[in-house]
Write a protein that binds this ligand. Sequence first.
Ligand SMILES: *Cc1c(COP(=O)(O)O)cnc(C)c1O
Length: 225
Amino acid sequence: MIKENLERVRSQIKLAEIAYHRKPGSVNLLAVSKTMPAEDIIVAYQAGQRHFGENYCQEALKKQQDLGAFDITWHFIGPIQSNKTKALAEHFDWVHSVESLKVARRLSEQRPDYLSPLNICLQVNISAEASKSGVGLAELSGLCSQIKELPNLVLRGVMAIPAPEDDVERQRMPYRLLHQAVENLLDPSLDSFSMGMSGDLEAAIAEGSTMVRVGTALFGARRYR
Ligand SMILES: *Cc1c(COP(=O)(O)O)cnc(C)c1O
C-alpha cells in the first residue's frame, strides 16, 4: 500500500499547491518513518521518495546502517536529549526540532568537518498549551540571530506541531501566525517552513509550508514496540 499512499499524498500536495496559489513543487514531502522497518523505507525509496524523518535517535541510527547503500536525506524531527546531539550532528542532514541555544551550540561544535553544515529548524510553540515544546514566538528573533553565528549550522527556518484541530480554518490559524512572525524577521535565508502532518497538510500548505512531515498517511498506523 505504501506506493499507492505515496501517490495519493503527492497528488494531495499538488492539489493544495494549486488551490492555494503556491508555486508548483514548492512543498516537499518528508516521509516520517519512525517505528517503521527499513523494508518500508525501501518500498518508499523505490517509489522515488528520498527524504525520511525519524524521531528516535537509536532507532534511526540502526536504520541508517541497514540502508547505507541508499541515497537518503535523513531528517531528525523528535525531541532532542543533550546526550544525543553528537550522534545527530554526525548522522543527519537536517534537524527540525532545535529549541535552545545550548542544543544548537552542541550541534555546531559536534558537526564533523568532513560534512557540510547541518541544516536546522527552530521548533516554535504556536499553541497556547504550556505543555507543548518549542520556543515562544517572542524568543524567535533573538534566538535566530544567535544561532546564525554558529559556524557549522545553517538555520533554514522553523518547525511547528500545533495542537490537533479537525477544522481546516482552525488548523490554519497557528501556521498563519508562525509564517507571519518569520516574515517579520525580513531574513530571506529562512526559507523553510516545516509545517503539516497527515491530518493537516492542506492547512499547512495554505499557510506557506515548504515541508510536510507525513507518517500515518504513508506507512499506516505506527507500530510501537
Ligand atoms: C510522528 C510525527 C509526524 C508524522 O505524523 P503523522 O500524523 O503520522 O503524519 C510529523 N512530525 C512529527 C514531529 C512527528 O513526531
